[in-house]
Design a protein around this ligand. Structure first.
Ligand SMILES: C[S@@+](CC[C@H](N)C(=O)[O-])C[C@H]1O[C@@H](n2cnc3c(N)ncnc32)[C@H](O)[C@@H]1O
Length: 252
């Protein structure tokens, strides 16, 4: 018998799960402590994930960009999953690993620190070691939000999803957000917009819906890309998949 989800009532602010306090915040300076776990998500985004988990029923999950551990700890504690693998550039956090242990989630969570989402050899080594030939059900990219790095991890991980599996691209719309993002010298002002990847994925879907069967877009905060039913080689590239009458897509 599968266990019931153990999701607490969540509103923006904080909630307690298996005796551990989670703090929902948008402050990237916040840190997980022995007393509380920082989670950079909104209650609205978690409600959206609830719907997605119901639809996809993922058991094998990878997230690029785990920050202070909120995401692996929350999903492993509240959803019926087998393994949540986290990959992040930041250094190993003994405090986060302490929560994994104290929440009894050591069998369900495996965290790989010091690995860039764009490092093909390192990411493939992690995925091979953790999953072997078993396909993934869900991948979440909430890491750098930079075009080349995000495209790289998409090309590495998307072929490893099962047909019907979903790749989530979070916060792709930052280039269109108000405030500092629009000002010279503001965050990522001179970087190419991640929107280019959204266009590429959409064009790849139109070029071959058997590789990418659906692209769902709800706001600049999320994009769900559903894997089609055809086999996809591990060396898959978006550029090699898109048909566009020989015309290149300019970066914006
Ligand atoms: C927005 S935070 C992730 C928030 C987390 N998913 C959550 O919900 O609490 C972005 C994370 O991506 C990581 N990151 C940035 N660039 C990266 C890269 N090239 N490869 C892997 N992780 C990266 C950062 O270290 C940071 O932990």
């Amino acid at each position: 018998m599968t266990s019931e989800p153990r999701r607490p009532v969540i509103s923006n602010g904080s909630f307690t799960l298996n005796g551990t306090r989670f703090i929902l915040t948008q402050d990237p300076a916040s840190r997980t402590t022995p007393d509380s776990v920082v989670f950079l998500k909104t209650a609205e985004m978690l409600a959206l994930y609830d719907q997605l988990f119901e639809r996809v029923a993922p058991r094998r999950i990878v997230e690029f960009g785990i920050f202070e551990g909120g995401s692996p700890l929350y999903f492993a504690a509240t959803k019926d999953i087998d393994l949540f693998v986290g990959i992040d550039l930041r250094p190993r956090s003994e405090i986060v690993l302490g929560h994994v242990k104290s929440m009894g989630l050591s069998e369900k969570i495996s965290l790989h620190y010091g690995v860039s989402q764009g490092d093909r050899a390192a990411v493939e080594a992690v995925l091979d070691a953790e999953f072997g030939s078993n396909p993934l059900d869900m991948v979440i990219d909430d890491a750098s939000h930079q075009l080349a790095l995000s495209r790289a991890s998409f090309e590495i991980a998307f072929p490893r999803l099962r047909p019907g599996g979903v790749y989530v691209l979070e916060d792709w719309g930052w280039a269109h957000w108000a405030g500092a993002f629009q000002q010279a010298g503001g965050q990522w002002h001179d970087m190419p917009a991640l929107t280019t990847l959204v266009f590429e994925v959409t064009m790849a879907m139109a070029s071959n819906p058997r590789l990418i069967s659906k692209v769902e877009i709800g706001s600049g905060s999320w994009l769900f890309i559903t894997r089609g039913e055809d086999p996809i080689p591990l060396g898959f590239s978006l550029a090699g998949t898109i048909r566009n009458r020989g015309k290149a897509l300019p970066e914006i």
